[in-house]
Design a protein around this ligand. Structure first.
Ligand code: FPP
Length: 258
């Protein structure tokens, strides 16, 4: 049985209508629908992204309160560079502002910030901010907030394969010894357990190059609201939906989330 099969922890707080819910250890979220949220209100897209940051703050607080161990958020994909320059600028400045304004609070709340994705081609000031967030919160042992920034799962797997190829070429690893566990070990955050559940807002039902390797046995929960409307109760409902799923990890014996 994979590690992920045991990846739940008991919490005593009530979750929605139920008491003593098993909380998933790792929740990952594709925060989608900011643009549609704004368009529906006749607002510029950037306003949807701004409200998206507020939804993110609420969700991080709720995740910490619920006892979730890891929250991974898809905040900028490798493919988002194809958006208009003005929107890219808006998203980058929201990230800068989020780190500058919220880092101290996150640190005070014992949140550990981690970053996955390709940093090499980011502006030096963004690289510095991401590094500062990781360094400052390194010793925290509360919620791990994994920010997927300039992230694409195929690119992450390609990076892992390049590192493996180098280790094989330099004699540190035999090609015949490469196993799925090895590959996982070379990914951006190898110590983080696979997500138990991946939530996507906005009603779209696909992974869009997010955590493709790690999602092998994740439950997928698609929520029909746009990201700016996501909050604690939406998170609790999504976890309740995860709870109703039966997780078998390829085996025969049924294992439920409860
Ligand atoms: C998808 O909405 C969302 C994004 C591309 C970015 C998510 C970003 C945030 C929530 C705010 C930024 C937060 C940080 C920390 C940088 P969309 O624009 O694709 O919406 P649409 O599909 O309705 O157009």
């Amino acid at each position: 049985m994979s590690d992920a099969a045991n990846s739940t922890t008991k919490v005593t707080q009530p979750l929605g209508a139920s008491d003593g819910f098993e909380i998933p250890r790792h929740v990952a979220i594709i925060m989608d629908g900011n643009g549609r949220w704004a368009a529906a209100r006749g607002l510029p897209r950037v306003e949807g992204h701004r409200r998206g940051v507020e939804a993110l703050r609420k969700t991080v607080r709720a995740a910490g309160d619920l006892g979730i161990g890891v929250l991974t958020i898809f905040s900028f994909s490798s493919e988002n560079w194809s958006r208009p320059q003005s929107e890219i600028r808006d998203l980058l400045s929201l990230l800068r502002r989020f780190i500058r304004n919220d880092l101290a609070d996150l640190h005070k709340s014992n949140v550990r910030v981690r970053v996955i994705g390709e940093r090499g081609d980011l502006d030096p000031d963004i690289r510095r901010l991401l590094q500062e967030a990781e360094d400052l919160t390194h010793g925290n042992d509360g919620l791990s907030l994994v920010v997927a920034f300039n992230y694409g799962a195929r690119q992450e797997i390609a990076r892992a394969v390049r590192r493996i190829a180098l280790d094989v070429a330099q004699g540190r690893l035999a090609a015949d010894d490469v196993t799925p566990e090895h590959i996982a070990h070379y990914l951006d955050a190898p110590d983080i357990p696979d997500p138990d559940v991946i939530i996507r807002t906005s009603g779209e039902q696909r992974l869009s190059n997010f955590l493709l390797w790690q999602a092998a046995y994740s439950e997928l929960v698609f929520v029909p609201i746009n990201w700016p409307d996501f909050d604690r109760s939406a998170l609790e409902s999504a976890i309740a939906e995860y709870h109703r799923r039966e997780r078998r990890f390829g085996g025969l014996v049924a294992q439920t989330g409860s």
